[in-house]
Design a protein around this ligand. Structure first.
Ligand code: ZN
Ligand code: ZN
Ligand code: ZN
Length: 252
């Protein structure tokens, strides 16, 4: 049974183009919509079951029909990952299961006024569970809010989704070393820096991580406009790719 992941957003909270910015990457994105980057998110499909992975698209409600997906899997409760839920929760119909980290606060009044959303599915690190045909293992990440990445497994393949994160905590790195993903999707907001930034990764950090994890394919996401400018002038290492909005990857 194949696992399909569609990147619905590959930028950060700022998005590309950034409001008012005249840099080459932002001007390119204005001229060519395929170069735009919305808030980091994806749609997973396996065996006919659809999961929304994060919900930060401002127009999420207009993009997904009621009943077209089974559940929402959240990495964390920063606005750029959940803002699409604010109008969606007031919809009409069946309750929607939302899986995510056991964050006490959530975002704004989402927990206080959940509407259609069922936030009772609080996850435990390294405790695997099934979303229909996909086995999901929550992996702690390094971020300013409680954040989980996920290893998504089918009978034949493994995909890691690691966003938002500045490097990786040692237990997560060790887990990925022993459960090597075929494809690693990871936060790479910044061009190479001498030191890992505070809340997001830079390219040097991701290269160092994959020297240990050894994923054959690395897809960078949560990309900022300055990193896009850097990539216009510099190639990525072999096996590394910048994800783009609308891109689809399929694993066996
Ligand atoms: Zn983010
Ligand atoms: Zn710019
Ligand atoms: Zn975040």
């Amino acid at each position: 049974m194949s696992l399909t992941l569609t990147f619905t957003g590959t930028g950060g909270a700022q998005q590309v183009p950034a409001f008012g910015c005249r840099c080459r990457a932002c001007e390119r994105a204005r001229a060519d919509a395929t170069r735009q980057r919305g808030p980091c998110s994806a749609v997973l499909e396996c065996g006919g079951a659809v999961t929304l992975l994060d919900a930060g698209l401002p127009d999420l409600m207009a993009r997904v029909a009621p009943g077209s997906f089974r559940q929402i899997l959240l990495t964390h409760y920063h606005m750029d990952h959940v803002q699409g839920l604010f109008p969606l929760r007031w919809g009409v119909g069946d309750s929607i299961p939302v899986y995510g980290p056991p964050d006490e606060q959530g975002c704004d009044d989402l927990f206080k006024h959940p509407g259609l959303l069922d936030f009772s599915h609080r996850l435990t690190p390294f405790s695997a569970f099934q979303l229909q045909e996909i086995r999901v293992t929550p992996l702690p990440l390094n971020h300013s809010k409680l954040t989980f990445g996920y290893l998504l497994e089918t009978a034949h393949s493994r995909l890691a989704w690691l966003c938002d994160t500045a490097g990786l905590p040692e237990p997560t790195l060790a887990f990925l070393h022993t459960h090597r993903p075929d494809v690693m999707v990871i936060d790479c907001a910044h061009a190479p820096r001498p030191h890992t930034p505070r809340n997001h990764s830079d390219l040097n950090t991701v290269i160092a991580l994959n020297a240990q994890i050894l994923a054959p394919e690395v897809r960078l996401t949560h990309i900022g406009h300055e990193f896009d400018v850097w990539m216009m002038d510099n190639p990525l290492p072999q096996g590394f790719f910048a994800a783009s909005d609308g891109q689809v990857i399929e694993l066996p």
